[in-house]
Write a protein that binds this ligand. Structure first.
Ligand code: ZN
Length: 361
């Protein structure tokens, strides 16, 4: 069992094929020996990455069985995305969702909410305040549907601003960005100068709902998990330049489905995630340039993808065992991350039924 961390660490210097084989070997070893300890005394946080075809729907279930869903996927399709979300809620043994966080009012994030509420009770919905993008018809449509749900008192609405903590037991959730504003101070333990800001590209302000994304840092024991919705590069720069207000992240839920309008080099160098999970679709997100930036970030052990990215082709997709939905008919496979307070975690691919363990650092 003492060799396993070495196997995991050796990966960065390898070729793609060597890496894929070694990963397979590592998974096989870990699966067969159960060599790591995930003490029963430590209660786990579970995170389900639901395949909503290039939108977002990420379900957190705390050890106390409190549930937080970040975004609800797309509207339409006979409630396809709501059905997929409800399926993982049931898998987690729950019959309601305590909190839904809407990062912003684009239809791949809030679109599935009315159908979801038709299928399962929701307690509170947390947002960044009113929709600010009145020129985009699909956005206006989902915003109107949202207002109708609020008026019908289908849930309690909570609007938050940077620096707020969300009232969720078992995890510490800090609002990083909301309605175009970001935290004005470095988080505890962060605040170092970011060398990557020198000569960094400057980005024009985004004009859509994306830059208003409600972003959160979720802390569970020693683990730091970052979700910024579709927050754009101009706002990323405010978070990490000239000082890195966020500090290092263990698990990065890749912003904006891995599109190039997010995921700037200065940002990825600052947060330097151990593991990144990208909620891309086959034809949405996973831009090769953004994929390269994530893959080359300094501490990355693995990038996982909800889909094979057609735009990425052979050169810009991870090895098949890290992809939930490869090319071909879509099976809506999900990824599940289980985390322990000591900082260890593992990722399960529902397609391969394999789990990869990441020891605490
Ligand atoms: Zn999106």
């Amino acid at each position: 069992m003492f060799r396993i961390p070495l196997l995991l660490r050796a990966r960065r210097a390898e070729s793609g094929i060597g890496r894929a084989f070694r990963t397979f070997l590592t998974m096989a070893l870990l699966s067969s020996t159960g060599a790591w300890s995930s003490p029963a005394s430590q209660k786990a946080l579970r995170i389900f990455f639901v395949d909503v075809e290039g939108g977002q729907a990420t379900l957190f279930v705390t050890p106390e069985r409190h549930s937080l869903l970040i975004d609800t996927g797309w509207p339409g399709n006979d409630g396809r995305d709501a059905d997929r979300i409800v399926a993982v809620v049931k898998k987690a043994g729950l019959s309601k969702i305590d909190d839904v966080l809407i990062t912003h009012f684009h239809n791949d994030h809030v679109g599935g909410l009315p159908q979801l509420i038709g299928r399962i009770p929701v307690g509170t919905v947390i947002d960044h305040g009113d929709n600010r993008e009145s020129t985009d018809a699909p956005t206006v449509q989902v915003w109107q549907a949202y207002q109708q749900l609020v008026a019908a008192k289908k849930f309690k609405r909570l609007t938050v601003k940077p620096g707020d903590s969300l009232p969720i037991p078992g995890i510490e959730t800090t609002v990083i960005s909301s309605d175009g504003a970001v935290i004005d101070h470095a988080l505890r333990g962060a605040g170092r100068e970011n060398a990557s800001c020198k000569n960094a590209e400057q980005y024009p302000p985004d004009q859509t709902e994306n830059l208003r994304s409600l972003g959160t840092l979720i802390t569970f024991g020693k683990l730091r998990i970052l979700d910024l919705g579709d927050l754009t590069r101009d706002k990323e720069m405010e978070l990490v330049c000239p000082i890195n207000k966020l500090g290092a992240i263990d698990i990065y839920i890749v912003s904006h489905h891995g599109w190039y309008q997010s995921n700037s080099p200065a940002f990825l160098n600052a947060i330097a995630p151990r593991v990144a999970i990208m909620d891309n679709g086959a034809k949405k997100g996973g831009t090769p340039s953004a994929w390269d930036i994530i893959e080359k970030s300094p501490r990355l052990e693995n990038l996982w993808q909800l889909h094979f990215s057609e735009e990425g082709g052979a050169a810009h997709n991870v090895a098949p065992e890290f992809v939930a939905n490869p090319e071909g008919p879509d099976a809506a496979n999900y990824l599940e991350l289980t985390a322990w307070p000591d900082g260890s975690f593992e990722v399960f691919n529902s397609r391969t039924q394999n789990t990869k363990h990441y020891p605490a650092h």
